[in-house]
Ligand binder design. Structure first.
Ligand SMILES: [Zn+2]
Length: 359
């Protein structure tokens, strides 16, 4: 029971408590450095996590190692920097630099400057590191601009404010709401958050042109959407856009063409082409539900949904047909991994193996 640890800590004298904390912080740094070193090694062996059904080092860190998304990003980035400059592992272990410093400085370190920069970063706060980064990679001044900024009425924090029952959009210009210089706020980051089963609150900022389009749609759809609910309009717009994008990406058609003609007595197309026919792409995408279909023998399926590719289960080079039964979705990593199993390491990949890994 971990609650015993709390009881034990409560029994320590003040002096012993401070000593113990010092030891624990040191242990944590040591463990963290060891984790980074091992992550750097795994990063250079992508086929290892791919074999276990993970499409990226990030997926492995968050799903297998149960790191938070932020922790995984920080550690992967720091591990890659440590691979380039292993001396950083010592600085991290001694507490001279922190993970955050390494992450912020990482991309600005070079073989020529790293010793001097790391010496200057020793024992510095995050703000001081950011100043150091600005010195290493100065950015041009932000060009002057005049723009209308949103204002808001004094109100409790957004978290405390009750969520509106339905989406609302005031027809008054924002500036009409008690403008005050102190009330100027930067454009909030977009929010998509579940509010109830099957209901999501979406919040974002749009430009004047989009605002005009919304107004026109509210007017045109007055009969179908009497209250002009922007949420209902966005739902319709999303459905239309998705249909259009799918048509481009997957070749979805209003009247899908039939599968290509099949050579008699086989399941192979009469004309052999590397291109996967649109109808096959659509069917494979639907069957695999837009997710990498690589499955590890434990039954664990890869969770990647981006950078998906159409994969020939029986390789094209080995006369694999472009049929629904032979085409399956794979993330980029698993497409590479399975190709390597059949054809051996990609020459470029083999060269990179001892290098920085898969970026
Ligand atoms: Zn995958």
């Amino acid at each position: 029971m971990k609650t015993n640890i709390l009881a034990t800590a409560d029994l320590l004298s003040d002096q012993d408590l401070l000593v113990r904390l010092g030891v624990l912080a040191g242990n944590e740094r040591e463990a963290s450095v060891e984790l980074l070193a091992h992550l750097a090694t795994l990063d250079s062996r992508p086929s290892v996590y791919a074999a276990y059904g993970y499409g990226s080092l990030f997926s492995y860190c968050t799903q297998a190692l149960r790191l938070s998304e932020d922790a995984a990003c920080n550690r992967i980035e720091a591990a890659r920097v440590c691979r380039r400059f292993p001396v950083i592992l010592d600085l991290l272990a001694s507490g001279e630099v922190t993970l955050t410093s390494v992450r912020l400085l990482g991309r600005h370190l070079t073989p020529d400057n790293h010793q001097a920069v790391l010496a200057r970063a020793s024992g510095r706060s995050r703000q001081q590191i950011e100043t150091l980064v600005a010195e290493l990679a100065p950015r041009p001044d932000v060009p002057s601009s005049v723009r209308k900024l949103p204002t808001f009425r004094a109100m409790p924090s957004a978290a405390a404010a009750p969520a509106p029952a339905a989406s609302s959009l005031s027809s008054e210009p924002m500036a009409a709401l008690a403008p005050s210089p102190a009330a100027l706020i930067p454009t909030p980051r977009p929010i998509v958050r579940a509010t109830a089963p099957e209901r999501y609150r979406v919040q974002f900022t749009i430009g004047a042109e989009s605002h005009q389009r919304l107004r026109r749609l509210q007017a045109l759809l007055r009969r179908e959407i009497p209250d002009g609910d922007p949420g209902a309009i966005v739902e319709r717009a999303l459905a239309l856009l998705l249909e259009k994008v799918e048509k481009t990406k997957l070749g979805a058609a209003a009247r899908p063409r039939p599968y290509p003609s099949i050579r008699p007595g086989t399941d192979r197309p009469a004309v052999r082409s590397r291109d996967v026919p649109r109808a096959v792409k659509r069917a494979a995408w639907r069957r695999d539900a837009g997710q990498c279909a690589f499955v590890f023998f434990t039954g664990r399926r890869c969770t990647e949904r981006i950078f998906l590719e159409f994969y020939y289960v029986q390789a094209y080079a080995k006369q694999g047909p472009a049929t629904v039964g032979n085409i399956s979705l794979r993330c980029w990593r698993h497409n590479q991994y399975e190709a390597e199993l059949i054809f051996g390491p990609h020459p470029q990949e083999a060269n990179d193996k001892r290098g920085a890994g898969d970026g």
